[in-house]
Design a protein around this ligand. Structure first.
Ligand code: A2P
Length: 337
């Protein structure tokens, strides 16, 4: 692989810091790594393996010479700066939702549709939403084998997906409530500690939220099948790291739990943890947090419907759900050079 200059935009954020950690862990072939954030944190340092990088202000940074830029600083930053980095010659891998519906921007899960990233007329590749990401890693092998017709998913999403301020809010509210103080919601509309919130993103006219509709739109794009019916409910839970999903699928061809388990054991990026005993299933804390795989358990046939299965899918939303996939895409781009 050619040695490349890499920029991480949003390097001080919950995803950006893990992008840097994953680049270092996987020994990404970089000649130079640049950490960028807003002027608020310019001059601070962030960890890159055993080294520290000085954070630079994105607004004053000249992107000339950057080969690959990983963006995770929110949609408005991506909309403004990703095209500028691409115009300067960088391949942008964007973790925001800014370009995910753009037909000229491929939406890619490394294990599922890596071939799609070769067609990128805008020089931008979109990283899928974290909830869609882990669902795709687990469902793509089942879709290839039996054709998924319909998906019903309820998510149990950790607060890290909302960003650093949400991690702080859960910690602050939890400690406060245990010390008989009241919980003041700032990031979420209601208390998140010791609670669950059936809301992620913004409400749309159809009654669903943007986080729910991302599961619909992105699933169809990634699996390349507009006929797949997806029904989603997004719920935020008081977990720091790791999203869980209760997923029901109906397939065109019969599949069965045993065959699904077999397919998933052989699938890249998946680890099956499925023993019908207490603790014989993955959870964010016991399995996913800080780890790379997408864990699948509780695989069982729906007793009330033909060709239908239930699965429990858990992954670290910051790693596979964001930073790890972005770095895997960067590796695929680096391998082209
Ligand atoms: P900063 O630390 O300077 O605010 P999170 O999702 O965890 O909240 O992180 C968001 C990331 O995006 C942070 O690194 C943040 O940097 C960065 N960011 C937010 N707004 C801007 C901006 N206008 N320009 C550059 N970086 C930004």
């Amino acid at each position: 692989m050619k040695k490349l200059k890499v920029a991480v935009v949003g390097a001080t954020g919950a995803v950006g810091e893990v992008m840097l950690a994953v680049l270092a862990e996987r020994r990404f072939p970089a000649t130079e790594v640049v950490a960028l954030a807003s002027e608020r944190s310019a001059g601070n340092e962030v960890a890159f393996g055993d080294d520290e990088l000085l954070v630079q202000d994105l607004a004053g940074f000249d992107p000339a010479g950057v080969d690959i830029a990983l963006f995770s600083a929110g949609g408005s930053v991506s909309k403004e700066y990703a095209p500028r980095f691409a115009a300067a010659g960088a391949v942008v891998i964007d973790n925001s939702s800014a370009f995910r519906q753009d037909p000229d921007v491929p939406l890619v899960v490394a294990e599922v549709n890596p071939q799609a990233l070769r067609q990128r007329p805008r020089g931008i590749i979109a990283n899928p939403n974290c909830s869609t990401m882990q669902m795709m890693v687990a469902l793509a092998p089942l879709h290839r084998a039996a054709g998924i017709e319909r998906i019903n998913v309820s998510t149990y999403q950790s607060v890290s997906g909302t960003g650093r301020r949400a991690l702080e809010e859960l910690g602050r509210q939890t400690a406060g409530l245990l010390n008989f103080h009241s919980a003041e919601p700032e990031v979420y509309p209601v208390q998140i500690a010791f609670n669950v919130i059936p809301h992620g993103g913004d409400f749309l006219d159809n009654g669903y939220t943007t986080e729910e509709m991302k599961l619909v739109w992105e699933t169809r794009r990634i699996l390349g099948d507009e006929s797949i019916a997806v029904n989603a409910t997004v719920v935020r839970v008081p977990v720091f790291y790791g999203h869980s999903e209760a997923v029901w699928i109906q397939t065109r061809e019969p599949l069965g739990a045993a065959r699904a388990r077999e397919l998933l054991r052989a699938a890249p990026g998946v680890e099956v943890v499925d023993e019908p005993v207490p603790g014989g299933y993955p959870t964010p804390v016991t399995h996913a947090s800080g780890r790379d795989p997408v864990y699948v358990g509780r695989i069982r046939e729906d007793l009330s419907q033909a060709r239908a299965l239930n699965l429990w899918i858990v992954a670290d939303n910051i790693r596979k759900g964001a930073a790890l996939n972005a770095v895997q895409l960067a590796e695929l781009v680096a391998a082209e050079a």
